[in-house]
Design a protein around this ligand. Sequence first.
Ligand SMILES: [Zn+2]
Length: 375
Amino acid sequence: MIKITIARDFIEPGMRHRPMTNPSSSLYGKKMRAKKITVHEAWTTATAEQLHSYVLSQRAADRPASWHFSVDQFYIGQSLPLSESGWHAGDGLGPGNTQTIGTEIIDRGIRANDDPDEFWEAVGASCQLHAWIIQNCETLLPFPDCLELFPDTFAQHYHWSGKNCPALLRGMPDGWSRYLDLVEGYLREDAKEDVVAKIQRAGEKEVIVIYDDNLVEGLDPDIDRAWIKENIVGDEDPYQDKKKANYRVIVASYEDREKSEKDLEKIQQLFPTKEPFIALNEVDDKKYYRVVLREVETRPQATTVVTATKEKWNNAWTVSDWEDLPLPDEDEPEPEPEPEKSEAPEAPEEKEKGLPDWFVDLLEKLLVFLKGILK
Ligand SMILES: [Zn+2]
């Protein structure tokens, strides 16, 4: 068992990558009310301690780039207070940067050592850290809402800017849901006697307890290893989105669009971390509305997704050479008025009177999807 105390060494006030203390930033003097935690992977052979030194440096200021936590299984460095925003989400003054806490998970286990176990140990530490943040940051939803509401408290960097990050958690079979399961494990009521109680008792001492056996139940490193072998070649940066979606996993298909939409809703509830959508497929003058759960690059990935999906939903199959059409125009939903872009992260009261967050998120997803199929 290893105990980690969060090393608090903040970026010097006034530097360009600590915007709420930098007089030339439009965020100067403001306070962040965090709504979510944004999960990143660092794609580096550095340790968390080394990455933490980097984020404090002038080089990071020049980019500018900054985040709150650098974490691996031995070290957690905090470089920004929870009440200040950084530059990590790639969405400018959008909600990713101004309303979320950014965590960089060290992935040197994969980058340097080809070792999924080592990577998941760092992920496990990150999940314990995230459990601690949820219990200590009062603007975040408490458990279980933080995990159960759609969309939940955890966002991938991808959500804000489309960058393929965290690429390993996104790409490994069920990587993201395994990550959420781990966080839940550390927050669950019935785990009180275990890690959770220690995290809670630690309180302001900020001790994160890392167990050697903290890996998610059912974790199979061989599946991860196979995925890594197939997807990560040498020094190639997996965080650049080069993936081709050759295979689709379909979970429903009807001629009646309403039926597909009903199933889509159920699928969204069953798989809150996926981004399912409807695609139109025409066969012999018949129109089928397909509910697509995921697009993946290889057949083995598709098979893995189908198997995992069938544990919760009895109908799932793979299509490869699909030729889906854009959805017909007349059925497109009325565009909602753009929610007012809030550059002031400390003004959530105003935002709460407008559209609920989950609805705005849903609209954003719909827009991305529509853009995708209209290409
Ligand atoms: Zn990222």
